[in-house]
Design a protein around this ligand. Structure first.
Ligand code: 5AD
Ligand code: SF4
Length: 440
């Protein structure tokens, strides 16, 4: 092995929380092999881009970044550039073709091969590790997390759903769940290390099934919440088909499981949902929401919406707006549809909604949701909420930023408090995305 700066690494993470969790796994794997972590890319001899392929603009962002790294590589001889995660897993040749500066590729099931790949590059080769490994859960690796307050804990990887628009089954392979006992062991460690928030992760987290005894996600969530009683427990992302009464009851019964569910709906029209291969109608989605609200009255709900999917008509779009008005989500993550090569939709459906129509519909969805979010947030003014302080606010060290258990962002006057503390905050103001206040 070479020494000095050439063995320091820096990881840029794009995409979802699962990718962030994977970066913590890669960090641990490299540290265990004697590499050291650089503070920033200027000090690194090895730069990894952990990439996301979910939408076209995610891929564009990475392409732009690659151009910057290409320049850096010319100036710094010996710098190694690896592309990891969802883009190379899904498009090997295209990824290698993006830039001659790329030295190696590693997919989401191949991170244990990183030290080997780096050595291969030093031996003059341009290797790729892109095999799916349906048994890989990275058990036994102790992730090196960037925060000592909040931790992501993957409990399952991959996805078996085959939603027509989605690359994930092609980038992350088949579902596999971590062992119940190994999740609990990890949570126990986090709890004794003083973590205040633990988020259980999976592309389809609530389809979790213990590979030993088949225990469900509801059982896992309940057990995790007991293992770390002083931490807030969250989970994401849920699929409507796997929302069970047992899961909803576990959330209601255990005080430290947060009263927030992120439940992507994608469209308010059953016709479009069928085209998307979502596996449920909009009536079934509404029934799940009714179940959740009857058991957890103060629950906060958020969702994902795609505007302009193949074949979407004006009446379908109106159904989506109607759904937003009826359900009144706290928050919606909204996207216009972009074809992902290789997916079911790319192979079988025409991307026939014109771009300007997609963008107009998306804007109408955003405007409506913003006004709903503003109203919901405005109602909190005057109340006292418990906030887990996460960090200093972006604007000033005299303010802290944190979240309520319902996942609402709160910026408040610091008054001697520190990140990691639970603070009762009087809410004095609200926008459509943030509450503001001061300690009660
Ligand atoms: N186009 C637009 N949005 C997409 N999403 C997934 N695939 C696509 C696509 N091809 C959105 C979905 C998903 C979120 C993570 O990204 O709403 O829930
Ligand atoms: Fe992006 Fe999906 Fe991969 Fe996450 S799993 S990084 S959202 S493509």
């Amino acid at each position: 092995m070479t020494t000095g700066w050439s063995n320091t690494f820096y990881i840029h993470t794009f995409g979802c929380q699962m990718n962030q969790a994977d970066s913590s796994i890669m960090t641990a794997l490299l540290l265990n092999e004697g590499y050291s972590q650089a503070e920033n890319e200027d000090e690194a001899g090895i730069i990894l881009l952990n990439t996301c392929a979910v939408r076209e603009n995610a891929v564009d962002r990475i392409e732009n970044y690659l151009q910057h790294l290409q320049g850096l590589k010319k100036r710094r001889k010996g710098l190694i550039l690896g592309i990891t995660g969802c883009i190379p897993q899904y498009r090997k040749e295209e990824t290698l073709g993006l830039s001659g500066a790329i030295d190696f590729l590693a997919g989401p099931d191949s991170y244990r091969a990183l030290p080997f790949l780096i050595e291969e590059v030093r031996a003059g080769r341009r290797p790729s590790a892109l095999e799916f490994n349906p048994a890989e859960t990275y058990e036994g690796i102790d992730p090196r997390r960037p925060s000592s307050i909040s931790a992501f804990v993957p409990v399952m990887r991959g996805c078996n759903n085959m939603c027509a628009y989605c690359v994930v089954p092609f980038t992350r392979g088949r579902e596999r769940s971590h062992r119940f006992s190994s999740v609990l062991a990890e949570v126990r460690k986090l709890s004794s290390a003083g973590y205040r928030e633990i988020t259980l992760l999976g592309q389809n987290v609530n389809s979790y099934s213990d590979p030993g005894e088949g225990r469900s996600f509801a059982e896992l969530l309940g057990a995790v919440s007991q293992e770390a009683p002083a931490a807030r427990i969250r989970f994401t992302t849920s699929h409507p088909k796997d929302i069970s009464e047992a899961l909803v009851r576990a959330i209601a019964e255990r005080p430290n499981i947060c009263n927030h569910i992120h439940l992507p709906v994608q469209s308010g029209s059953s016709r479009v949902l069928a085209q998307m291969n979502r596996g449920h109608s909009i009536e079934e989605y509404r029934e799940k929401i009714a179940l959740i609200r009857s058991v957890i009255p103060r629950v906060a709900l958020s969702t994902d919406i795609i505007a302009g999917f193949c074949g979407e008509e004006e009446s379908d779009h109106q159904s989506t707006l109607q759904l937003l008005s009826d359900i009144r989500f706290d928050l919606a993550y909204t996207f216009f549809y972009s074809t992902r090569p290789g997916t079911l939709a790319a192979r079988t459906l025409a991307d026939d909604v014109p771009e300007e129509v997609k963008k107009r519909r998306l804007q109408e969805i955003i405007d409506l949701q913003n006004s709903i979010s503003s109203e919901i947030y405005q109602q909190a003014v005057g109340s006292v909420v418990e906030v887990l302080a996460e960090s200093e606010s972006r604007r000033s060290s005299a303010q802290l930023m944190g979240r309520t258990d319902t996942n609402r962002a709160v910026v408040f006057e610091r008054q001697g408090h520190h990140p990691g503390e639970l603070v009762d905050v009087v809410i004095t103001g609200a926008t459509s995305a943030t509450l503001t206040g001061r300690p009660a």
